[in-house]
Design a protein around this ligand. Structure first.
Ligand code: GAL
Length: 683
C-alpha cells in the first residue's frame, strides 16, 4: 500500500472534533423513535453513530435478497442531522437462513459440540460458505453506500475472535501446517511427536487440538492458536480487499476487544487497518478500574503506532463483575473521568455501546446512553455533560496522521505468541500467565506515575530508555539477539522469571532456564521452585514475593536482593533473587520471583531512575494520574484525581474544561480533572 494513499484515507473524513456517540440500532425500533433519537443525539452533542453491527438478517432476509431501504433512511436521517455514520459490515452475526443452508459452517467447540444460532458469532471462520457469504454482503453494502455523504468510516465485523474446531477447521489447519513446515518430518521434529506416540505419517492424521484424553502437545496447541489467528486475519483481509476496491477513499477500522480477548494478533490487525479502534469495559469498581482504563488505552495507542485511536465502545454506567455475576453502576462522574483518561492516552473521542437500551433481547440490561428510564435521568444528563466537555476539548482532535501523541520512554513487551504459549497448559505453575504479568507491571508503573507504551518485540525497541519483558516464554534467536543489541547499545531491560525459557516452537532451551536471555542477564537459572498459592517468601532487602522462585547462579551479573532464609530447601539463603548486569552500554535486570505489588514498585522505581526515566509529574502516582498528550504545536497536560482526597500540584496554562488560567499551585478536589493547554503552546 502506498503510504500517501493511507494518509489520504485517514484524513478523508477528519472533521476537526472529537467523535462522540455510540452503537445505534434503529432497526430494533419503530421509525417514530428514530426522530426522537436524532433529536436527543443533537441535545447530547453526538456526532457519530455506529450502525449495522449485527444487522445481517435485516439487510439480507433471504440468501441474495437485500433490503436496504431502512438503512438508506437511517443514513439519510443521520446525514440530515450532521451525524457521521460508522457503517459496520454485519458479518459477526450470520442470519438463521445461513445456518440451515450451511450447517457445515457452524462453529464446533473443543469437545465436539456443534453450536446453533440464537446468539451471535455463530460461524466457523474457516468455512468457505461463511467466507463467501461475508464477502457478498460486504460488497453489496460497499456498493450501496460508496457515495453516501454520511459514510465516514467502515467498521469491519465486530470483535474478531471466533475459534472453531471440527472437520472444516482440520482441513484448513492441515493446509496451514503444510505451508509452515513443508514436510511432515520437520513438523514431527518441531513438535517432538516421538513423545507419547504422536508421530504423523500423513497430513490427514493431524487434527485441530480438540479435547483429548490427557495433556495435549503444547507445540501443537501453540501452532493451532497461531493458525486460528491467521484465519481471522484472512477474514479481515477478505473484507479489506473489497472495501478498498469499492470505496478507496473511506478509512477502515475493526474493533479490537481488549484486553481479555486474545484469539488474534493485534499487531497484524493494526498494520492492516487505517485506524485502530477498541472496545473497553471496566472490570473493577475500585482503583483497579482506573488502571484498567489506562492499560486498555495504552495498548490501543501502541497498536496504532502511537497515533490517535478510536474508542469504539465503552459503557455509560456499567462495571462488569464477572466473578460475582453482577453489573454494577459507575458512580456519578466516573464515566467522564474514565473518558478523559482515554483521551489523555490518545483517543480521538468516545463512542458507547449502545445508544438506547432495547426493551428485550440479549444484553437488554446493559447500560446505554439513553437508558430504559428515558432521557430524564442521571445517565442521560451525564451523557449530555460529557458531550459538552468533548466540544470544549475539540482542539485535541488533531488529524489522525500526526504521529505519536505521547512521548513515553518506557515500554512493556506485548506479544500474542507469549500469551498463547503460556496458555498451552503443562506449565510448571498455573501462576505463569502473560496478561497477569503484563497487568502487574503496568499497574506498578501507573502507581509510580510513569506512563508507558507497549511494544512489539520485533519492533523498534531503541525508541525506549527502558523495556520490560514481564513474560515472554517463547523467544526466537533473532528476538533474543535484538534484546541483547538493545542493551549493549545503552538500553535498560527488565526480564521477569521464566521468560525466554523456550524458543519460538516452545522447545526448552538447554543449559538453564531463561536461556534466550542468559548472556544478556548474566545469570544461569538451574531450577524452578513454584510456590503454593498462598505461600510467600521474604527477600533480604525486605521485599515480599510469591507464586514462583528459582535457583539462580550469577554468571556476570550482581545480586541486588537475595532469597531470605527458609525460602525453600532447594534455594540456599542469600541466593540471588533480583540481579543486575551491566552489558555494553546498558543494563539488564532479572526478577526471578513474582514480587508483591509494593516491592515491584520499589524495584521498578530504582530501575527507572537508573535508566533516567522521569515520572509524568513530581506529584503523579497512586491515583493522581498525569499524562501529557502532544499535538502538532502544543502540549496538553491531563491531570485526574482518582483519589478520595484533595491533591495540590503546580500547573501552568489554561484548563480547556473551565477556561481557568493556572500559574502555580492548583487544588484538585477528589474526582476532579483538568486538561491544561500548557503555556508556550499556541491554541
Ligand atoms: C462488546 C460488543 C457489543 C456488546 C458489548 C457489551 O464486546 O462488541 O456488541 O456486546 O460488548 O458489553
Amino acid at each position: 500500500m502506498v503510504p500517501d494513499e493511507l494518509s489520504a484515507r485517514r484524513l478523508a473524513r477528519w472533521t476537526g472534533r472529537l467523535a462522540y456517540g455510540g452503537d445505534y440500532n434503529p432497526e430494533q425500533w419503530p421509525e417514530e423513535v428514530w426522530h426522537e433519537d436524532v433529536a436527543l443525539m443533537r441535545t447530547a452533542g453526538v456526532d457519530t453513530a455506529t450502525i449495522g453491527v449485527f444487522s445481517w438478517s435485516m439487510l439480507e432476509p433471504e440468501e441474495g435478497v437485500h433490503e436496504f431501504g431502512w438503512l438508506d433512511r437511517v443514513m439519510d436521517l443521520l446525514h440530515d442531522n450532521d451525524i457521521k455514520a460508522v457503517l459496520a459490515t454485519p458479518t459477526a452475526a450470520p442470519p438463521p437462513w445461513f445456518t440451515l443452508a450451511h450447517p457445515e459452517a457452524l462453529p464446533i467447540t473443543p469437545t465436539g459440540v456443534r453450536l446453533i444460532h440464537g446468539s451471535r458469532d455463530t460461524y466457523n471462520p474457516a468455512a468457505p460458505a461463511y467466507r463467501a457469504a461475508a464477502r457478498r454482503i460486504t460488497r453489496a453494502l460497499a456498493e450501496r453506500y460508496a457515495d453516501h455523504p454520511a459514510l465516514a468510516l467502515w467498521h469491519v465485523h465486530n470483535e474478531y475472535g471466533t475459534v472453531s474446531y471440527g472437520p472444516v477447521t482440520d482441513e484448513a489447519f492441515r493446509a496451514w501446517l503444510t505451508r509452515r513446515y513443508g514436510d511432515l518430518g520437520a513438523l514431527n521434529r518441531t513438535w517432538n511427536t516421538a513423545f507419547w506416540s504422536q508421530r504423523y505419517g500423513r497430513w490427514e492424521e493431524i487434527f485441530a487440538p480438540q479435547a483429548t484424553q490427557y495433556l495435549p502437545n503444547p507445540a501443537h496447541v501453540l501452532d493451532f492458536k497461531r493458525f486460528s489467528a491467521d484465519l481471522l486475519t484472512g477474514c479481515l483481509d477478505d473484507q479489506l480487499a473489497i472495501l478498498r476496491e469499492v470505496t478507496p477513499g473511506v478509512p477502515v477500522t475493526t474493533n479490537f476487544m481488549l484486553p481479555t480477548w486474545n484469539h488474534y494478533d493485534q499487531w497484524a490487525f493494526a498494520r492492516r487497518v487505517d485506524q485502530v479502534s477498541i472496545d473497553h469495559y471496566l472490570d473493577d469498581r475500585g482503583p483497579a478500574g482506573e488502571t484498567h482504563v489506562a492499560f486498555g488505552a495504552d495498548l490501543a495507542r501502541s497498536f496504532n503506532a502511537g497515533r490517535p485511536w478510536l474508542l469504539m465502545e465503552q459503557a455509560t454506567t456499567l462495571v462488569y463483575d464477572y466473578a460475582g455475576g453482577r453489573m454494577h453502576p459507575k458512580e456519578p462522574g466516573r464515566m467522564r473521568r474514565n473518558t478523559l483518561q482515554y483521551l489523555a492516552r490518545g483517543a480521538t473521542g468516545s463512542l458507547f455501546f449502545q445508544w438506547r437500551s432495547p426493551q428485550v433481547g440479549a444484553e437488554f440490561f446493559h447500560s446505554a446512553m439513553v437508558p430504559h428510564a428515558g432521557p430524564d435521568t442521571r445517565i442521560f444528563r451525564e451523557v449530555t455533560e460529557l458531550g459538552a466537555d468533548l466540544l470544549r476539548l475539540a482542539e485535541l482532535a488533531e488529524p489522525p496522521d500526526i504521529g505519536p501523541v505521547n512521548d513515553h520512554r518506557v515500554a512493556i513487551v506485548w506479544q500474542p505468541d507469549a500469551w498463547w504459549a503460556a496458555d498451552t497448559r503443562a506449565m510448571p505453575s498455573s501462576d505463569i500467565g502473560f496478561l497477569d504479568a503484563v497487568r502487574r507491571a503496568h499497574t506498578a508503573l501507573w502507581n509510580l506515575g510513569v506512563n508507558t507504551d507497549v511494544v512489539d518485540p520485533d519492533g523498534d525497541l531503541a525508541r525506549y530508555d527502558l523495556v520490560l519483558v514481564p513474560s515472554m516464554l517463547a523467544v526466537s534467536d533473532d528476538q533474543a539477539g535484538a534484546f541483547d543489541a538493545y542493551v549493549r547499545a545503552g538500553g535498560h531491560l527488565v526480564v521477569w522469571h521464566f521468560a525466554g525459557s523456550t524458543d519460538e516452537h516452545l522447545r526448552v532451551r538447554p543449559g538453564g532456564y531463561s536461556g534466550a536471555f542468559a548472556p544478556t542477564l548474566g545469570v544461569r537459572v538451574e531450577e524452578h521452585v513454584p510456590l503454593a498459592p498462598d505461600d510467600t517468601v521474604a527477600l533480604d532487602d525486605g521485599s515480599t514475593a510469591g507464586a514462583w522462585t528459582e535457583l539462580v547462579h550469577l554468571a556476570g551479573a550482581q545480586s541486588v536482593a537475595g532469597y531470605g532464609a527458609g525460602t525453600h530447601l532447594v534455594i540456599p539463603p542469600g541466593a540471588p533473587a533480583i540481579t543486575r548486569h551491566r552489558r555494553g552500554a546498558g543494563v539488564a535486570h532479572y526478577l526471578s520471583t513474582r514480587l508483591a505489588p509494593d516491592a515491584l514498585e520499589r524495584h521498578l522505581d530504582r530501575i527507572r531512575s537508573e535508566a533516567g526515566v522521569s515520572r509524568a509529574h513530581e506529584a503523579a502516582g497512586h491515583g493522581l494520574e498525569v499524562v501529557r498528550r502532544r499535538a502538532a504545536d502544543r502540549d496538553y497536560l491531563f491531570v485526574l484525581n482518582h483519589t478520595s482526597e484533595t491533591r495540590t500540584l503546580v500547573l501552568t496554562g489554561t484548563d480547556l474544561l473551565t477556561g481557568r488560567e493556572f500559574d502555580g499551585p492548583v487544588e484538585l478536589a477528589a474526582g476532579a480533572a483538568v486538561v491544561v493547554r500548557e503555556t508556550g503552546s499556541t491554541p
